[in-house]
Design a protein around this ligand. Sequence first.
Ligand code: COA
Length: 167
Amino acid sequence: MGIELRKLAATDGTDIYEMLQELPADENGFVNRAAGMRFDEYQEWLQYKVQESEQVGLVDGWKVPSTTFWLLEDGRPVGCGSLRHFLTDKLLEQGGNIGYSIRPSDRDRGLGKILLSLLINEGRKMGMDRLLLTIHTQNAPSLRVALENGGKIEKATDERTYVWIEL
Ligand SMILES: CC(C)(COP(=O)(O)OP(=O)(O)OC[C@H]1O[C@@H](n2cnc3c(N)ncnc32)[C@H](O)[C@@H]1OP(=O)(O)O)[C@@H](O)C(=O)NCCC(=O)NCCS
């Protein structure tokens, strides 16, 4: 089976739910809203995420639509990532286009690098021409993953490093 990326769907089940319960609610700016949800709440959230991904333009006047993907290794969920479809001034400062996370027990095996490369591919398919990552400057593994995927550092502050990937 190998490694594949699968788009979030309203029918996603317990395997994805269990992974989301293992990922922290907020880690280095990657926010996992499903952390701590009951299963029925997670199912509602999935429906919301599907709708959000299909929106064109800002949701509720401020929120940029995004599409979430799961990384599967031999059918087992090992990570997730989201692609924001476009940027606002606020996201240019903080947030960027891409967020990703690997299941804590599966880190440091090269999966983060693969996950970002597959997300970049999805961005390309969606017609994006460049992607911004705003990475916490202390987050060495994420910076490594971004640079190994062709990212170029535009600027860095003590807090954040701004990395662009041309598609
Ligand atoms: C960032 C993250 C996705 C990386 O996933 P991963 O599967 O561990 O990544 P990989 O194994 O592909 O690569 C990690 C790289 O960082 C390096 N690394 C790991 N820990 C490190 C450290 N403390 N200092 C420096 N480099 C480090 C690894 O050696 C590897 O580099 P290499 O390929 O040159 O050997 C994962 O750490 C994670 O989920 N973090 C929490 C969420 C997060 O920070 N997301 C990004 C912000 S949106």
